[in-house]
Design a protein around this ligand. Structure first.
Ligand SMILES: [Zn+2]
Length: 700
């Protein structure tokens, strides 16, 4: 539901089981007891593999040793240098949650909520004993539907309880049929409006239903088997269950056909449809929107932002023609799919078998404590974040980080003044936009109030449902109100970062301000190459193919002269062509159009970080700045390269290439440095070598 927000790594949860797949350190390495946080990596030049020529394959030069030493743990599909940081954070969070879950009359209201949520999630014995009884009242309501006129009310109920369990992704909502929430008006970012978006699919993106190749067909077959097994777990015979599985597959395929594709969704103009209630009614007359808005408790409003009108026309056709029994089957599946991570073991295992094993190649589940830590982070993010910051955030990190951010902002300002392809008018507007970027570091200024949310100790699924209702209510109550620019969209305890074009803000949660990305022990060169490049990446998002369409106030407004816009698009085409040439895994190329914004940000980010480093170095005596036989420039690029060292399964890479706007790590390293004369100079690369692109791409 936030199509324009751009994260450093994929954060949008495709499906709850493939949420940010970092591994369980304790299982990967049985010698380490689960309670000991993993040792955090620091930048280390001894990781360099000197048998590789950095000018031939810089990624291998920086990462070959790491790749050999760090095989993918079995409960992991993607394992990279930052994975340990993720687990380190989760271990800190677990300690907080274990303390908060202890029976102690002096617990604060926040501690009671996060502690009891965690305890109920961890209580597998009780969850298993309940079995399907936990979800039976919801299933009964679906079974009792008598007429298609009751669908709006039932969908409203499902959207409320599964709101956090079935989140939005770059492809749309993962909840039943469609998504509904609030968001900033694209034309007037100061206001919050009601937002309707496509959704309703169980596979990660529409193309999974439609692509004719053999691998996609095989995955669809596995999906139908998974649907069948899930229906069997609900007590159906194999024959009935197969019949129902086919019904769901058919309905979802019809939804996929009317869904807007992920590349077209990158252009905010394609999503900006301002409709009155009469126009919304006219889109899908077979569906009572009035009933739906009433049941979901949405306030009355003048207009709706309908991101995908064609989708809702298609939904109308389906509601008119598909029999009620098929809708009931579909709703049952959607309900169980959203809920199964908090149902009994057979449901959890079956879900993992498809979404983990088949879709991403992960061999075993992450330990339960890590899944529960992530659930608390999702449903009580700021209650937990507040405790996390009090326990784990070094106060001076914020000031150190601000200094780096200001250095990067100064570099971007210099760059904007220097580029030779911009006219004075566009340059002026770009400068004004840069000046308005807000820097959010560490944690929000004020914490969310959860006092109206009830969390109890013995009701894992109920806690998640009530959290969903709380969050949807919170979102819908914003409709028609002015925007709160201080709000955050990610928990302080999640190591990620993002740029929000409608708030025109960059955000760095406390959790990312740790080694190896942010490291007080390392020199400036290493820090600029790691966290500096990330800051530059987020700033550049304000000026990538998506971000450039928003002005400094966050409004979708074209502030470019026609000529400068054309020039920009031509320069961007260079990235489209370059990255379309990278292979994600055997036989699967990256989609240069899907990854354009992230590639622009990676390239701009590293170049800006380099400019910032150079201005730091030139202002002091450079003598003695070589360390361990490497110049500061070499260390800078090595810190960047090392930050992308990773191993991933072929299945994961295939999924990433299809549905993730971020390029694969090898491309994120080599794709950028091969465009930079600064890199080629630092390592003495010659024309004609692979890391020296003949026609280098350069936007920022
Ligand atoms: Zn990004």
């Amino acid at each position: 539901m936030h199509p324009a927000k751009t994260y450093l790594f994929v954060l949008a949860v495709v499906l709850s089981l493939i949420l940010r797949p970092f591994t369980a350190f304790s299982q990967a390495n049985p010698a380490v007891p689960a309670t000991v946080p993993p040792h955090l990596d620091h930048f280390d030049v001894t990781q360099v593999d000197r048998s590789v020529d950095p000018c031939v394959d810089f990624y291998q030069y920086a990462c070959k040793k790491w790749i050999a030493q760090n095989p993918i743990p079995p409960d992991q599909a993607n394992w990279w240098l930052g994975s340990k940081l993720m687990i380190w954070n989760q271990t800190v969070v677990r300690d907080i949650l274990e303390k908060a879950s202890a029976d102690n009359p002096k617990r604060s209201p926040s501690e009671q909520k996060i502690g009891d949520y965690y305890a109920s999630c961890m209580n597998e014995t009780e969850i298993n004993a309940k079995g399907t009884a936990a979800i039976q009242p919801e299933l009964d309501r679906v079974a009792a539907l008598q007429s298609k006129t009751q669908l709006p009310e039932e969908l409203a109920r499902m959207h409320r309880i599964t709101f956090t369990l079935a989140p939005g992704t770059d492809s749309g909502s993962t909840g039943a049929l469609f998504g509904f929430s609030s968001g900033q008006d694209l034309d007037d970012a100061s206001k919050l409006v009601a937002v309707l978006d496509q959704g309703g699919l169980g596979l990660p993106d529409r193309d999974y239903y439609l692509k004719p190749d053999e691998k996609s067909a095989g995955l669809r077959q596995r999906y139908v088997e998974h649907l069948q097994k899930t229906f069997q777990l609900l007590g159906e015979t194999p024959v009935q269950a197969l019949d129902h599985a086919k019904t769901v597959m058919e309905l979802e395929t019809s939804l996929a056909k009317v869904s807007l594709d992920i590349v077209k969704r990158r252009d905010p103009a394609n999503l900006n449809h301002r409709l009155s209630i009469q126009e919304v009614r006219a889109l899908s007359p077979a569906f009572s929107w009035d009933q739906y808005f009433k049941s979901v408790n949405a306030p009355q409003t003048d207009h709706y932002l309908v991101m995908t009108p064609e989708f809702f026309k298609g939904v109308n056709q389906l509601i008119a023609t598909v029999p009620l029994e098929n809708w009931k089957t579909y709703l049952r599946w959607q309900l169980v799919n959203a809920s199964s991570s908090l149902l009994s073991e057979p449901f959890v295992d079956e879900k993992f078998d498809f979404y983990g094993r088949a879709l991403t190649g992960q061999k075993v589940q992450r330990p339960r404590w890590r899944r529960c830590v992530q659930s608390v982070d999702r449903d009580l993010d700021e209650a937990l974040g507040q405790e996390y910051v009090a326990n784990a955030f070094a106060g001076d990190s914020k000031q150190r980080m601000l200094k780096l951010v200001h250095a990067l902002e100064a570099a971007l300002n210099n760059d904007i003044q220097q580029v030779d392809w911009m006219s004075p008018d566009t340059r002026k507007a770009a400068t004004a936009k840069l000046e308005k970027i807000a820097d959010k570091i560490g944690y929000p200024d004020h914490w969310r109030d959860y006092s109206s949310l009830t969390i109890v100790r013995d009701d894992a699924l109920g806690n998640a449902y009530r959290s969903g209702e709380f969050e949807l209510h919170r979102q819908l109550s914003k409709i028609g109100r002015p925007v709160d620019r201080s709000e955050w969209s990610v928990s302080p305890s999640v190591p990620n970062a993002y740029y929000d074009p409608q708030l025109n803000a960059i955000t760095f949660p406390a959790a990312i301000l740790q080694p190896p990305l942010f490291d007080p022990q390392s020199d400036d060169a290493a820090n600029f190459g790691a966290i500096g490049a990330i800051i530059g990446h987020e700033l550049t998002h304000g000026f990538d193919d998506q971000g450039r369409k928003f002005d400094g106030a966050g409004n979708l407004r074209d502030w470019w002269t026609a000529e400068d816009g054309k020039e920009f698009d031509e320069k961007e085409q260079c990235f489209v062509d370059e990255y379309s040439g990278f292979e994600a895994t055997e036989g699967v190329k990256l989609n240069g159009k899907l990854t354009l914004g992230e590639n622009t940000a990676d390239n701009g980010g590293l170049r800006l970080a380099f400019m910032a480093l150079e201005s730091t170095l030139s202002s002091e005596n450079r003598a003695g700045t070589d360390r361990d036989g490497y110049t500061p420039e070499q260390r800078f690029f090595l810190a960047y390269g090392e930050s992308w060292c990773s191993n991933a399964t072929p299945q994961y890479l295939r999924m990433q290439a299809q549905s993730d706007p971020h390029s694969t790590p090898q491309a994120r390293a080599n794709g950028v440095v091969s465009n930079m004369p600064e890199f080629q100079k630092a390592f003495g690369c010659m024309k004609g070598q692979p890391m020296v692109r003949e026609s280098a791409c350069h936007v920022w």
